[in-house]
Design a binder for this molecule. Structure first.
Ligand code: FES
Length: 213
């Protein structure tokens, strides 16, 4: 393992050998000349609110079994996003490919475990590929007119005074906020509207469980 220490907060960041391997040798990365949209039957795209980076994925899904036969990708994200997406591309296509239902059950933590861990501050990078995968699955169901299987991620306003949504709280947790006070420092949620605080605490618990298990 290598150890990178940030100058400002002296926090140690450990990158496993698996992370480094996938960063230096990304699997299933798509080159310019390979982007032939007729070869794929679903596309996903997502931007990260936490850092502004972007990720696109192309999937080839078998129409009979709905297994993911191919998962190709490219990103403007950081090394952790590259390693996470590379590992996700292996996980969803190994052993004949996951079905779309199985792929939906995959959590960012499953990818992080296969990578041998990620620094806390880089968890949001692995969430990027999780969201792009979900966007591509929705795209497949849209193209095949299975509209009842599309799962939309609408955002919900939690504090109408500070204009904070559940996605803002999700982003704060992904950026490392663990407590109500830390989420409030990042979002100002509930400062002028304390009646929403029980809902905020519930969401913090939900996102911590979702991303950190
Ligand atoms: S994806 Fe933007 S910092 Fe990792």
């Amino acid at each position: 393992m290598s150890d990178v220490t940030s100058k400002d907060n002296k926090q140690s960041w450990f990158y496993s050998d698996i992370v480094k391997n996938h960063f230096f040798h990304p699997r299933n990365f798509i080159e310019d000349g390979e982007i032939d949209e007729r070869r794929f039957n679903s596309i996903g795209k997502v931007g990260s609110p936490a850092c502004g980076d972007e990720l696109r994925v192309w999937m080839k899904v078998d129409p009979q079994s709905e297994r993911i036969l191919e998962f190709r990708w490219r990103t403007f994200g950081c090394g952790s996003a590259i390693a996470s997406t590379s590992m996700a591309s292996v996980v969803v296509t190994e052993n004949g490919g996951m079905t779309l239902d199985e792929a939906r059950k995959l959590k960012p933590q499953d990818i992080i475990d296969r990578l041998g861990g990620l620094p806390q501050r880089k968890i949001h990078c692995s969430v990027l590929c999780d969201k792009a995968l979900r966007d591509a699955i929705n795209d497949y169901y849209r193209r095949t007119e299975q509209f009842d299987k599309i799962i939309a991620e609408a955002s919900r306003v939690i504090d109408s005074i500070a204009k904070v949504t559940d996605h803002d709280i999700e982003t704060a947790v992904l950026e490392g906020a663990q407590t109500l006070e830390q989420v409030q420092q990042k979002t100002k949620v509930g400062i002028g509207n304390p009646s929403c605080l029980p809902a905020v605490e519930e969401l913090i618990r939900f996102y911590k469980e979702k991303y950190f298990g």
